[in-house]
Design a protein around this ligand. Structure first.
Ligand code: SAH
Ligand code: SF4
Length: 350
């Protein structure tokens, strides 16, 4: 199979040396017009289009299905060149909150096919890990979604399938294309990398230039609770993880977000909240509380409303910012890995 154009350095695109403007034309088709084939690049000579098509693939992703939800979140299921399924979620700004004046569009992007980290509550890890995405496949989701939405997303969050920091070299190359003025030109501060807590890679990421953001999937205040749901915690327990996040916050002078999914009777006690408060204070972090999105075949549930309120109140009393994020797209399985899981089950019933 030919490589994706975006996985090959421009110096190796072998464009006619006497026509230096061709590279710019090609970039315009890719990053501004979201072209999915060389054929449609009408200002390139036909033989050049044919030559490029014989050597490279243009579109990283092919749309399998777009699932809309009542809140206008759209979940896109993609097929990659090797047949793997992948998903991204388009999330428009909450019209209730800002009257949709800003009309901002956020895209949730996947970084791997499957995930090796096996968090107990997560659909992405259920089938294990298949492979890393290439940089071109990561960027390809953004280009494909931009084509569907009719415009470039404003914000990108690496919260789809996979653990982005386990694919750091490709993630870095993708972030470069996404932020560079020669690429998509999205400001680095509009990119958020979410991790389950790979401490050494968090420190490595802190040394990567750019004002992008970090979200830590904390989900527990104590090692005891975290060990139960996130196997990664045995390798990088809180006493290693929190200092790594501290170095990120220091290096970037950016506020970290602590993601906290609330699971009934597991991590929703006020004591657990008090432990999270201590981490949040130390990191000067804000906290996103996300009521758990149930996954078919898994035993976890979201807490009842009063328990959610009680949990949030601990933060309010301590003066730590904690927002309950009503997971958008709840009705379309928008939590990571869920649509793909459903699709694979349908395709390969066990
Ligand atoms: N691997 C990275 C990024 C992808 S997961 C990470 O773990 O951070 C993105 C977020 O979705 C994580 O915070 C993850 O814990 C959360 N998540 C996974 N399954 C979920 C579910 N069923 N309901 C709500 N959030 C979920
Ligand atoms: Fe992987 Fe993140 Fe899901 Fe954990 S929560 S299994 S790290 S995708």
């Amino acid at each position: 199979m030919n490589p994706l154009l975006l996985d090959v350095p421009p110096a190796e695109w072998n464009l006619p040396p006497a026509e230096p403007w061709r590279e710019k034309q090609l970039r315009t088709w890719v990053f501004e017009r979201f072209a999915s084939s060389f054929q449609e690049m009408s200002n390139l000579p036909v033989p050049l289009r044919a030559d490029l098509a014989a050597r490279f693939r243009m579109a990283a992703v092919e749309t399998v299905k777009i699932q809309g939800s009542a809140d206008t979140t759209r979940k896109i299921l993609w097929r990659l060149g090797d047949g793997s399924l992948l998903e991204s979620v388009l999330i428009p700004a909450n019209p209730g909150r800002d009257g949709n004046r800003s009309g901002r569009l956020t895209l949730c992007v996947s970084s791997q096919v499957g995930c090796a980290y096996g968090c107990r509550f997560c659909a992405s890890g259920l089938d294990g890990w298949r492979r890393n995405l290439t940089a071109g496949e990561i960027v390809g989701q953004v280009l494909g979604a931009a084509k569907i939405a009719g415009r470039r997303p404003d914000n990108l969050v690496f919260m789809g399938m996979g653990e982005p920091l386990a694919n750091l070299p490709r993630l870095r190359a993708a972030m470069e294309m996404l932020t560079s003025p020669e690429g998509l030109g999205i400001g680095a501060r509009h990119l958020t990398v979410s991790t389950s807590g790979l401490a050494p890679q968090i420190e490595e990421l802190a040394r990567v230039p750019g004002q992008f953001r970090l979200a830590l999937s904390l989900h527990a205040g104590t090692n005891e609770t975290r060990d139960k749901i996130m196997p990664v915690n045995r390798r990088y327990p809180l006493e290693k993880l929190i200092p790594a996040c501290e170095s990120f916050a220091r290096a970037k002078r950016k506020m970290i977000t602590l993601e906290y999914i609330l699971i009934r009777d597991l991590n929703d006690s006020p004591d657990e909240a008090r432990a999270v408060v201590r981490h949040a204070r130390r990191l000067h972090a804000k906290v996103n509380l996300i009521p758990y999105n149930t996954v078919e075949g898994l035993p976890y549930e979201r807490p009842a409303e009063p328990a959610i309120r009680r949990f949030q109140m601990v933060f309010r009393d301590a003066g730590v910012e904690a927002t309950v994020r009503r997971e958008k797209g709840h009705d379309i399985d928008a939590a990571c890995g869920q649509l793909r899981l459903r699709e694979e089950k349908a395709a390969f019933p066990s």
